[in-house]
Design a protein around this ligand. Structure first.
Ligand SMILES: NC(=O)C1=CN([C@@H]2O[C@H](COP(=O)(O)OP(=O)(O)OC[C@H]3O[C@@H](n4cnc5c(N)ncnc54)[C@H](O)[C@@H]3O)[C@@H](O)[C@H]2O)C=CC1
Ligand SMILES: N[C@@H](CC=O)C(=O)O
Ligand code: NA
Length: 439
């Protein structure tokens, strides 16, 4: 098996998790790519700086330039414009594939980087740059490339969604919520990029460029952040049935100016927006992100997941690394799936889930106690129990409908419980047994 040499630039929130996964999951990654992904070095500012992740000291170097020169794949996670830009260009010149999460750089000078990468016939990918762990750029670029996207509406900044959500749900103060977002590794090194809307604007420019097959830069994006949003605004929105979210919106609009009569243009904007509380994006809490896409043929689509944080973002970085490595190993589109593993298939009997059970019972004293006792005997724990009485004309003939939701149990335990319960004299019938997920 061949080896691909990986250089990592930056060992902060995201970089440290990428390094950890490359080392811990080396065998699985090799099986999926067809090559060993050898982490040859990590460029840092200070070798002895304290880090959250315990990594071998010998991997650290302060000589980023030398590191990229000997790499097959360079992962840039230092952020900022320079020296990230020069190091990416140097990597491309040396024929290395580049993976980056640097939306600020891509929105500012993406075209230069893409053109250099195309000219050198190397890959430059950046799924982590927009909406962290959510696979959004590849779906837009590949899966939706046969459709016509008309509108993209996204919560694409985890820090601001976290702050607004905390203010809305717990009444937290802006500064406290921001400090917590920084502590959790969501915020940029300079959090004004988050709260000022510039990070979302950079992502908006990237989303618009891929969605509308045209290069849009940061300057094309109207940008308002959340620093002017007050607790009173949030409370007033809540009273009126709305929630305030920072949205990045890119949409096709008709042009009625002299040059463009009858044609269309694209508007890209970022600003705090009131959304009705029943809109799908209103249910996106904490640092989660979601991107809502309207396309001519597909209709509405929504992509949801963790938009910030070291480990989730590392997932997107590793996805780009694996797919780039597959293409380097096999050429062309590379390996598109790996089904060479040997994970055994298991029957539903191995599953532990919750159940909702409906019972039609006689309305008599002691019925509930008898049912509860039987569940306990079978080791199935009841989470909730609701009863509604159906009165009858004759005394003693009333029935009750009982709905029980259990804690997680095995199929076997549940089947035994249902079997036993049918034999109780007070049970008229078991009216339904349904499995519960997501509770
Ligand atoms: N943290 C997150 O949730 C996400 C971050 N990103 C992007 O990923 C990149 C990295 O983000 P984080 O890890 O959060 O940032 P971070 O600030 O935690 O880490 C960056 C690291 O790079 C180092 N660095 C900076 N300049 C350097 C240089 N010249 N030489 C060597 N090391 C240098 C810094 O000392 C720091 O340790 C950024 O471009 C960010 O925008 C993208 C998606 C989510
Ligand atoms: N600071 C960013 C990190 C991910 O891009 C955010 O809060 O979303
Ligand atoms: Na992403």
């Amino acid at each position: 098996m061949s080896t691909l040499r990986i250089a990592l630039l930056g060992c902060g929130n995201v970089g440290s998790q990428v390094a950890r996964i490359l080392l811990e999951d080396a065998d699985a990654l090799a099986a999926r790519t067809g090559a060993r992904l050898e982490l040859t070095g990590i460029a840092v500012r200070s070798i002895d700086a304290p880090r959250d992740v315990d990594l071998p000291r010998e991997l650290f170097t302060t000589d980023a330039e030398a590191l990229v020169e000997s790499a097959d794949i360079v992962i840039e996670l230092m952020g900022g414009i320079e020296p990230a830009r020069s190091l990416i260009l140097r990597s491309i010149e040396h024929g290395a594939t580049v993976v980056s999460g640097n939306k600020a750089l891509l929105a500012l000078d993406g075209p230069t980087l893409y053109e250099k990468a195309d000219a050198a016939k190397v890959q430059l990918s950046y799924e982590a740059a927009v909406a962290g762990a959510i696979p959004i750029l590849r779906p837009i670029r590949d899966s939706l490339s046969g459709d016509r996207i008309t509108r993209v509406l996204g919560i694409v900044n985890g820090t601001t969604n976290f702050i607004l959500d905390q203010m809305d749900t717990t009444g937290a103060q802006f500064d406290d919520a921001l400090a917590e977002a920084q502590r959790l590794g969501y915020a940029e090194a300079d959090p004004t990029a988050d709260v000022g809307g510039h990070d979302a604007a950079a992502k908006g420019a990237i989303l618009a460029s891929l969605s509308f097959h045209t290069r849009f830069a940061l300057d094309d994006v109207y940008c308002e952040g959340i620093t002017q949003v007050t607790a009173a605004d949030i409370a007033a929105a809540k009273d009126a049935g709305f929630v305030i979210k920072l949205l990045a919106i890119a949409e096709l609009l008709p042009r009625d100016d002299a040059d463009g009569a009858g044609a269309e243009g694209v508007s890209v904007r970022v600003h705090p927006t009131l959304l009705p509380r029943d809109h799908p994006l209103a249910a996106v809490h904490g640092a989660f992100n979601a991107v809502f896409i309207e396309a001519e043929n597909a209709g509405e689509l929504m992509f949801y997941g963790q938009g910030a944080g070291g480990t989730p973002t590392a997932s997107a970085v590793l996805g780009d690394v694996v797919s780039a490595a597959r293409r380097m190993v096999l050429g062309g589109p590379g390996r598109t799936e790996t089904t060479t593993g040997h994970v055994p298939s298991m029957s539903i009997d191995a599953v532990r889930t919750s159940y909702s059970i409906g019972l039609d019972v006689a309305d008599q004293p002691g019925v509930l106690a008898r049912i509860a006792q039987l569940f306990a005997e079978q080791g199935v724990s009841i989470e909730t129990l609701r009863q509604s009485i159906h009165p009858a004309g004759d005394p003693g003939q009333a029935t009750a409908e009982i709905r029980i939701v259990t804690h997680r149990a095995t199929e076997a335990a549940l089947a035994a419980t249902v079997e036993q319960i049918q034999h109780l004299a007070v049970i008229n019938s078991v009216t339904s047994v349904l499995r519960v997920e997501g509770a």
